[in-house]
Write a protein that binds this ligand. Sequence first.
Ligand code: TXA
Ligand code: MG
Length: 324
Amino acid sequence: MQTMLNSANVVPDEAGFRRAVEVLRAGGLAALPTETVYGLAADAANPLAVAKIYATKQRPQFNPLIAHVATLDQVQSIGKFNQLALLCAEKFWPGPLTLVLPYQGNAICDLARAGLDTIALRIPSHPAIRAVLSEYGGPLVAPSANRSGHVSATSAAHVAADFGNAIDIIIDGGPTEFGLESTIIDATTDIPVILREGAISVERLEKMLGRKIEHRNLYDLQNPSSPGQLSAHYATTTPLRLNAAHAEAGEALLAFGKPLAAKNAILNLSENSDLGEAAANLFAHLRALDETGAKTIAVMPVPDYGLGAAINDRLRRAALGSNQ
Ligand code: TXA
Ligand code: MG
């Protein structure tokens, strides 16, 4: 079902995709659903359009953006693929994996790369962004479509709540499938390094690639290898209390599995303790509980394996952000 939130919202059909392409060609911003979270897309080659992304998101620094591309041919003209990168592409694209590779060519403007000589690339699987990419014909940069530091957007309503009419068009593709951002791997050398946990679990990556994968310290604030790893991120206004064993008076509860007793609002990430379902619900539930007026959101423990590791990463950083 489509929710018409403002004049910018359109349905994901041919006419909607064409309008999005017109907006992008004119240097505007289009929010597009992907299989992970909604992205705020702009022409990757147009620095003025890219500058609008930074301004609209209020990113405090020029944090480099992920380029989304339709085909393997195109992506290979932008990033330099080694054996590892080719294997990752073969196993996981189209899908929620981002590869950081040495940059080549001139398809992505300096501002989108924040001046780096590497580029983050992904071929998404969601039919709406794929349709826009094919019709557009070139790469689109798209960070998550949320105000900087805020919880990522997993529905068109979230995008509209963060940006209102400050963006030109929102394609409403309903709630996103994974609900967590893509997993980011540095594949600039033949030794894979995870820079951000995400929709593909470490266990799955290791199994598909047949090797152990190094993990860079996510909380290395002195030298964050992926700038978005700065710890305070994904913040709610309401403080989070993690690993709650009970809910106090005045607290809302973000449950996982069998819920604790609570007097206020309760939302359950997954009653059946399904980590995939929990990932898909995470950002929507955080946003909803943030609006209940509770003094704190008590968060029940989530197991730290599979997608649970990425969920816990987002929760820890949301907890840091809201306490600042
Ligand atoms: O699932 C996703 O990845 C979503 C959808 C829209 O595709 N996008 C997303 O973008 O999460 P964003 O901008 O919110 O996060 C991208 C992360 C940032 O932490 C950024 O610092 C990192 O990717 N990044 C981008 N280019 C990089 C590079 N060359 N080297 C290291 N990290 C990079
Ligand atoms: Mg983001």
